[in-house]
Design a protein around this ligand. Structure first.
Ligand SMILES: [Zn+2]
Length: 356
């Protein structure tokens, strides 16, 4: 059975050029065809647009590419006939039964909160929250970050593309060797920032890497891939959302479950500033990173490069005691406890992998 075609506009994520293409879903993949374009993108690497009544439907591809379709009616018909489901939040909103179920979930949640306290109730809430919540949170957080904290990247496009391609290739290889779902959807963006060499994962899979980090490791793509793998570990464990849930559970859980994020989002940027990943969360992300790197045939000891460079940078900063550490963004990589334990963990993983 052949699935229908749809006309759309393709942006490759590297150039601003709009290219007319036709889309088709077949064999578990999205096929993008146009003049000089023949791409096959596995469906897990496609982030479909939320259904809104009007406006351009924008689909995000894991490599930073985008597909735009201005004809929302044509998009919906195509999407439906291609067997693509609606995101859960949208289905919930559109269904009375869903709303009733959500209300029920809310009651269960409040009972859990009463019985077991916050951390366990937060864990329960996390399981009720569809991944599209992570995406919405991540988008809003990126917007806040761009407004208040970071500037557009000064890194040359070619340099960005090189880091992007290395990570993309590594994660494709990792996905081929690991169980399904081991490699969450991700999107890499670069920013210039006063928080220095840093990387952070936003809920939903957007990973921000600062220009300063790229320069710190002297563009060593294995070291950068190792950092990104660690951030992807955070995405996989949904720690960002877990913390948000934990902190804002009482006030916002009703609106969260029903898909209205406004009250939660108001606190997002403030929370990001205060949040520190726990040791446990760091270790879990490190374990994921080693797994991803080994599956991608990259020596996990590449991460040690980063720890070494950060230690050297810190020593230089300490020498100038007046230079106050500017990495108040607790979620960020440079503020992680760079203790000997973590370095050893990556070194050991490197040797067990038959490393360098
Ligand atoms: Zn981390």
């Amino acid at each position: 059975m052949s699935t229908p075609l749809l006309s759309a506009t393709y942006f490759d994520g590297l150039q601003a050029r709009a290219q007319p293409v036709s889309l088709q879903v077949a064999d578990g993949a999205l096929h993008i065809t146009g003049d000089g374009i023949a791409r096959r993108v596995a469906l897990p690497h496609v982030r479909w647009p939320e259904r809104t009544r009007h406006g351009v439907r924008i689909t995000h591809l894991a490599d930073g590419g985008e597909l735009h379709c201005a004809d929302s009616a044509a998009w919906d018909a195509w999407s439906q006939h291609s067997g693509l489901g609606e995101p859960l939040v949208v289905r919930l909103q559109q269904s009375w039964r869903g709303v009733l179920g959500s209300a029920l979930a809310l009651v269960v949640l409040l009972l859990a909160l009463h019985a077991w306290g916050l951390p366990l109730a937060a864990r329960a809430a996390l399981q009720l929250l569809p991944l599209s919540v992570d995406t919405s949170l991540g988008d809003a957080t990126l917007q806040a970050v761009d407004e208040h904290l970071m500037q557009p990247s000064q890194l040359p496009r070619a340099e960005q593309a090189r880091v992007q391609a290395a990570f993309s290739q590594a994660m494709t290889q990792a996905a081929a060797h690991l169980p399904l779902g081991s490699v969450p959807d991700w999107q890499l963006v670069f920013r210039a920032s006063r928080i220095g060499p840093n990387a952070l994962a936003l809920p939903g899979g957007t990973i921000i890497m600062t220009d300063e980090l790229v320069y710190l490791v002297e563009r060593d793509t294995d070291a950068l891939t190792a950092v990104l793998a660690h951030e992807l570990g955070h995405v996989q464990h949904r720690y960002g959302v877990r913390m948000l849930v934990q902190v804002t559970l009482l006030g916002t859980v009703g609106s969260l479950v029903l898909g209205d994020f406004s009250s939660l989002l108001a606190g997002t940027s403030a929370l990001l500033g205060q949040a520190h990943y726990s040791r446990e969360a760091e270790h879990a992300a490190d374990v994921s990173a080693v797994q991803l790197l080994q599956a991608a045939n990259i020596d996990p000891a590449a991460m040690v490069t980063l720890f070494d460079k950060l230690a050297a940078l810190r020593a230089a900063k300490d020498a100038d005691a007046k230079a106050a550490p500017d990495n108040w963004l607790g979620i960020a990589f440079a503020s992680h406890p760079t203790d000997a334990e973590r370095v050893q963990f990556f070194q050991r993983a490197g040797r067990s992998n038959g490393g360098l």
